[in-house]
Design a protein around this ligand. Structure first.
Ligand SMILES: [Zn+2]
Length: 156
């Protein structure tokens, strides 16, 4: 089942960058800030940042957004955008892919944008270097190498 909602990709990616500003890393862990923005079927954007705690380990931005939404009673989603400080698109980790599979339609688009998305857009690249894969495509990509090649980025 794919969404009938018109998806403003640029707005969703921008919201993911806004979310990234609130990423947390414990002082004992390397910093890898990630932001995600989840679009609900009713057009609401739910933001999530990566929260990397000493005690509990990392909660990825994607799962932060999904958990926030589900705990507020929102369970129908149209798209998710993911960004980091890496100048290439990054793809969700295995755990996030499984959580997405549980709550999102197989055909739901996952937008993965590089850190320099805005600059690329300003210089005429309409896509801003973003990759788009469905959840179905992502869950069938298990090999990091293949994932890397497909999205031109790296898994986190
Ligand atoms: Zn993850």
């Amino acid at each position: 089942m794919s969404s009938n909602l018109a998806i403003d990709r640029d707005a969703l990616i921008k919201a993911a960058f806004e979310a990234k500003a609130f990423a947390y890393s414990s002082p004992f862990h390397p910093k890898f800030p990630v932001g995600a923005a989840l679009l609900s079927e009713n057009g609401e954007i739910i933001k999530g940042a990566s929260i990397d705690c000493v005690s509990s380990g990392a909660v990825c931005a994607e799962r932060t957004a999904i958990v926030k939404a589900v705990s507020e009673g929102i369970r129908s989603f149209a798209a998710i955008a993911i960004v980091s400080d890496v100048p290439r698109p990054i793809s969700p980790c295995g755990l996030c892919r499984q959580v997405m599979q549980e709550f999102c339609a197989f055909e739901m688009p996952v937008l993965m944008a590089p850190a320099d998305y805005e600059e690329r857009r300003s210089s005429g690249d309409e896509t801003g270097g973003a990759s788009i894969l469905s959840i179905r495509e992502l869950i069938h990509i298990c090999e990091p190498e293949i994932s890397y090649r497909l999205v031109g980025g790296e898994s986190h």
